[in-house]
Design a protein around this ligand. Structure first.
Ligand SMILES: Nc1ncnc2c1ncn2[C@@H]1O[C@H](COP(=O)(O)OP(=O)(O)OP(=O)(O)O)[C@@H](O)[C@H]1O
Length: 489
């Protein structure tokens, strides 16, 4: 894919802390505009991991994302729009540069000012074609997996209440012997951004390889742009032969798999491997039932093994992760040390995810090494200000949404749940469905059930409809905003 819509979008590989203090307000408004124009689903799929790294004096806004796939997708589909929103906020911005945050930055904590790129010896490509004794198998040499990072292991994956089950299932799958029957197939792990899915999948890959199994680890990007075309170049027989060469297939971020034919290949691969008793491990940011771009059969195949969710990192878990990161950093940087009250403080206030914890340590290291200032509580408070969540958003219940929306539109809650289709109840019903999608974590099918047993496609239609109306009807947007605030108070 090429960037056609925006001028000069160089490919840059930067390690980023993902924050640009001076333009935070403008960036927030840019992302709100994107969200409003594109809708919550599209926004979450493509932009939730987009970060602003800075705005250069020549008018280049430097953004970053974690994968090349996201980079090329955003460049080719959304660059123009982002520039437009930026220019409305900061008139000097004329172009974008989207960088890929280095995988290495996830674990190796270095000063933020240092450009980090993964050392080749540390990030070994997993070649399906390489057998355990190092010889190359024929017929599969064209299938090259995404890299496995040997540093993301079970040993340094910290276990707490939110991920015990996923960890145990992942271990079981990874430690199985090459010809043992496969128990959980596929193993499907889902969690929101930065909660350790990639870490766990990488650990499965490394462990399974060290147990003598042949592993193919693919990001969704590699699946779409490498694996699928390699498969298409083969005959059906060669395809089967190829799959025979895999013991464990791991696919990360399947929510990004797009397109009918890619899905077909994905479905074939999944079926062929599962039927042949080969292990498949999948990660995504949502449960199988909510992978709206996949067809029904595929979703049910994905849900047919073991699907486990990893929840947020609790404070104990955050502290354990921080301690390990800091210990590694202290070993690397003899002058760097973090007092325990600072660790406790960071664990208490940086609550979002593992990536923010990495970012917090990066900043402390950068501040310490660049200014020689010791790490103190005060310094940490200053440096980490924007990573601190002041308050958790209130959890909103679907019943409350139905009640408040009904009251606002002067209809009854029973009307909202009924099958009546007059405009006076259709609009409040659609608004309530829309708010249920954006303010709760409920899936579309669940929302449908709670609105008088409706189908998930009805909910999706309502969400899209209201999104489209809100984008052009300022009065409705204001009305909905008001209801939202009432619900969140
Ligand atoms: N339980 C954990 N133990 C140790 N490190 C963790 C844990 N959970 C998350 N991390 C760390 O947090 C960072 C983000 O985790 P990771 O990249 O695996 O998240 P992810 O769920 O794959 O996110 P995304 O959805 O954005 O791909 C990594 O540095 C990872 O090592």
């Amino acid at each position: 894919m090429h960037a056609q819509s925006a001028p000069a979008l160089p490919v840059t590989e930067t390690a980023s802390s993902g924050s640009d203090g001076g333009n935070d307000g403008a960036w927030k408004r840019v992302t709100s505009s994107l969200r409003a124009e594109l809708g919550e689903d599209v926004y979450t799929s493509w932009f939730s991991r987009l970060a602003l790294d800075g705005v250069d004096p020549d008018g280049t806004a430097r953004l970053s994302v974690p994968t090349r796939f996201l980079k090329s997708w955003i460049e080719s589909h959304y660059a123009d729009r982002i520039v437009r929103f930026f220019t409305a906020e900061i008139p000097d911005v004329r172009r974008l540069s989207i960088g890929v945050r280095s995988a290495c930055a996830k674990v190796a904590v270095r000063p933020a000012a240092t450009i980090v790129s993964a050392p080749i010896a540390d990030v070994l490509p997993t070649r399906l074609s390489v057998a355990h004794d190092g010889t190359h198998e024929t017929g599969t040499a064209n299938l090259v997996g995404s890299p496995l990072d040997r540093r993301l292991t079970f040993a340094n994956f910290h276990v707490g209440r939110s991920n015990t089950l996923a960890y145990a299932a992942a271990q079981q799958v990874a430690k199985a012997k090459p010809h043992e029957p496969v128990r959980f197939n596929p193993l499907y792990v889902h969690a929101s951004v930065g909660l350790g899915k990639t870490h766990l999948l990488q650990a499965v890959g490394t462990e399974a390889e060290s147990g003598g199994r042949r592993v193919l680890y693919l990001t969704a990007e590699r699946f779409m742009f490498g694996f699928v075309s390699a498969l298409r170049a083969q005959t059906a027989l060669a395809f089967k032969e190829t799959l025979r060469g895999i013991d464990v297939l791991i696919i990360d971020d399947v929510q990004f798999l797009q397109g009918k034919s890619v899905q077909q290949e994905f479905g074939h691969t999944l079926n062929a491997l599962i039927d042949a008793n080969k292990q498949v491990v999948i990660a995504a940011d949502r449960p199988p039932a909510e992978l709206e771009s996949l067809d029904e059969r595929l979703r049910s195949r994905l849900a047919g093994g073991l699907s486990v969710e990893m929840g947020g990192l609790d404070e104990e878990l955050r502290l354990a992760i921080l301690k390990a990161r800091v210990a590694a950093e202290e070993a690397r940087n003899p002058g760097f040390s973090v007092p325990s009250e600072v660790l406790d403080y960071v664990a208490q206030v940086v609550t979002a995810n593992g990536r923010d914890l990495d970012g917090a340590i990066n900043r402390l290291v950068a501040h310490n090494t660049l200014t020689n200032a010791p790490v103190t509580l005060e310094m940490a408070e200053q440096t980490l200000r924007d990573l601190v969540r002041t308050h958790e958003p209130k959890r909103v219940k679907i019943e409350d949404i139905q009640r408040i929306v009904a009251r606002h539109y002067n209809v009854s809650r029973a009307d909202v749940l009924s099958s009546r289709r007059t405009q006076t109840v259709v609009r409040p019903r659609q608004v309530a469905m829309y708010l249920s999608k954006i303010l709760t974590l409920r899936s579309l099918p669940e929302i449908g059930r709670r609105f008088g047993g409706r189908d998930h496609t009805t909910v999706l239609h309502a969400v899209r409809k209201i999104e489209a109306l809100v984008a052009k009807d300022a009065q409705l947007a204001e009305e909905i905003d008001l209801i939202k605030r009432m619900l969140q108070e």
